[in-house]
Write a protein that binds this ligand. Structure first.
Ligand code: FAD
Ligand code: NAP
Length: 525
């Protein structure tokens, strides 16, 4: 049984079928696509180039599909997911509008008993959580929302019919990727837009454009080689790792490299210039200051520019954003910026948002406030493993996994792109395919060897959690109050959740584990 029919669950189903196993997927949404089914806000698009942010498992699929833009829009990505579902007849084994509520492991039968919000009770041997890492939305616990007289939406639960902002006074709360993508387009429609910013973010121009057919055709002729380079790369996108240090470089030459990175229009343009950017604060400061200079350049009002400068976290320690006209939007006369650090929100009122400086009257509020990332969707399910052990209790101090794939005490349970794997630090398509392939190969091997259960050992898990933590600790990443750290959810343990050792390194570790008869796992015959 697979939970979730985003890109993870869809490919997992395809692989399970090819193994000759009987598989069913349960999905809360009404169709496939996961992230791209739910996040329909204006401006939603990928920030990994479309030709990389797509499946590689089927050469015919990748040859027949033509992306139209360098960074595809949400509707186009959703059409792609639908195309894949049609092509491999996936919907036949997916139960839509069905949310999995609990899963209990039966030690005698070695099966999982799974229940859904539709009253299904399903028994399965293997339970695969393809629930996503950014699928549990987080709306702030702010007083008075129920009294608001206008309409409000979360970017991650956007109405399918769209929202018409024409003539409205709109407030957007949040300036992460979702806010930064939607703000310029909402500003174009609304009578007035107020942006409520708690933390300014590092953002770079996406330089999105239509893909020209020659570029597409050229990449398609060497797609296999390109995909292999992605699989062994640091981030899931082919690139040569930098060796030089920013702190050792001449300022003029550093500036030139950052400029080239900025002009590239990718998430990694600047971060891949020098090897020490995420390791040494002095090095990072040089890149951070370069980006801050670009903000000062674009934003006309120096006081507004000052408020937009990210100062409280090193560059890249919160996920940077790629934007189209975000900064220039603040030059519009009908857009204002409220700095929530100067004037925090007190409550939502019937008329709008009240901060310590007074009331902002609004007709609509958009929460671009993000997600209970990585652990949220897993822990939303009441999961009980051996001896009734509760996953919620086991993870009370932060997630503990072996390789981000399995949890000690929870046999035959797998998590796709779970905490402890590169996941959100990577091109997710590459990480999803790697996990699905690893799990499918593991199940095939178990079938061949007549093994009934697989389970991570406590020792292996202990080692892996310590390793994930140690590698993160070598970087600047834990210095930010990011969602990688769980810092956006009040009360969530502060643990750096993804594995920052790199996609290729991680793949090699997983492959070695499998080749060594699944070192760190225990099988029951
Ligand atoms: P999801 O797409 O999140 O799918 C999980 C599915 O599981 C959901 O449909 C959900 O309804 C379902 N589900 C969860 N819990 C249950 C339950 N209990 N019962 C039943 N169903 C359940 N990554 C990139 O690499 N590049 C990008 O450019 C990029 N852009 C993004 C843009 C946005 C707006 C967001 C939010 C994320 C983005 N991501 C990006 C990350 C993105 O989530 C992944 O790339 C990828 O789509 C995840 O696929 P998935 O199948 O693992 O999870
Ligand atoms: P996010 O990065 O977590 O941003 C949420 C924003 O809301 C932050 O600015 C946050 O401020 C603010 N916020 C949260 N709670 C608040 C509160 N109570 N009061 C005021 N402000 C509050 O969420 P997201 O923008 O949805 O993005 C999440 C992730 O999804 C991204 O990092 C990325 O991985 C993925 N994504 C990708 C794209 C893309 O470009 N393809 C688009 C959207 C999302 P603080 O920083 O102070 O917490």
């Amino acid at each position: 049984m697979v939970v979730g029919a985003g890109f993870s669950g869809m490919y997992m189903l395809h692989r399970l079928r090819r193994l000759g196993l009987t598989a069913r997927v349960f999905e809360a949404a009404a169709d496939v696509g996961g992230t791209w089914w739910w996040n329909r806000y204006p401006g939603a698009r990928c920030d990994i180039e479309s030709m990389d942010y797509s499946y590689s498992f089927d050469p015919k699929l990748e040859q027949e599909w033509d992306w139209t833009e360098r960074y595809a829009t949400q509707p186009e990505i959703l059409r792609y997911a639908e195309h894949v579902a049609d092509r491999f007849d996936l919907r036949a084994d997916i139960h839509f509008e069905t949310r999995v509520m609990s899963a209990v492991f039966d030690e005698t039968a070695a099966t999982w008993s799974v229940s859904t919000d539709r009253g299904d009770d399903v028994t399965c041997r293997f339970l695969i959580l393809a629930v996503g890492v950014l699928s549990t939305t987080k709306t702030p616990e702010v007083e008075g929302l129920e009294t608001f007289g206008g309409r409000w939406h979360h970017t991650g639960r956007w109405p399918h019919e769209g929202v018409d902002f024409a003539g409205l006074r709109v407030g957007v709360i949040g300036t992460g990727s979702s806010g930064i993508q939607s703000i310029p387009l909402i500003a174009e429609q609304a009578a007035h837009l107020t942006v409520f910013q708690r933390t300014p973010n590092f953002t770079m121009p996406a330089r999105n454009a239509l893909l020209d057919p020659e570029t597409v055709a050229a990449l398609k002729t060497r797609y296999a080689e390109h995909r292999q380079a992605a699989r062994m790369s640091r981030t899931g996108v082919p690139m040569t790792p930098p060796e030089e240090l920013a702190v050792a470089a001449e300022p003029a030459e550093r500036e030139q490299r950052y400029r080239a990175g900025w002009d590239e229009g990718t998430l990694f343009g600047i971060s891949s210039t020098y090897a020490d950017l995420y390791l040494d604060k002095a090095a990072n400061d040089t890149a951070a200051e370069f980006v801050r200079d670009r903000i000062r350049e674009v934003v006309a009002d120096p006081a507004v520019a000052q408020r937009l400068l990210p100062m409280d976290h090193p560059f890249g320690t919160k996920r940077p954003c790629l934007d189209t006209d975000y900064l220039a939007t603040f030059n519009r006369p009908d857009v204002s910026l409220v700095d929530l650090r100067e004037t925090p929100i007190v409550r939502i009122t019937e008329a709008g948002v009240e901060t310590t400086a007074g009331e902002h009257e609004l007709d609509a509020i958009i929460f671009a406030t993000g997600f209970d990332a990585m652990t949220g969707p897993v822990l939303a399910i009441d999961i009980q493993g051996r001896q009734g052990a509760s996953l919620r209790e086991r993870w009370a101090d932060g997630p503990r996994t072996y390789l981000g794939l399995a949890v000690a005490g929870f046999p035959n349970l797998f998590t796709i792109t779970g905490p402890g794997s590169p996941s959100v630090l990577s091109n997710m398509m590459v990480s999803i395919e790697q996990h699905v392939d690893w799990i499918a190969d593991c199940l095939a091997r178990m079938e061949a060897d007549g093994r009934r259960t697989i389970e991570a050992t406590e020792e292996a898990q202990h080692f892996w959690v310590a390793h994930v933590d140690e590698v993160a600790g070598m970087t600047l990443m834990p210095q930010a109050n990011s969602w990688y750290m769980g810092a956006n959810v009040p009360g969530k343990p502060r643990v750096f959740m993804p594995y920052i050792g790199g996609v290729g390194t991680y793949r090699t570790i997983c492959d070695d584990v499998a080749a060594d008869d699944y070192r760190g796992f225990r099988f029951d015959p």
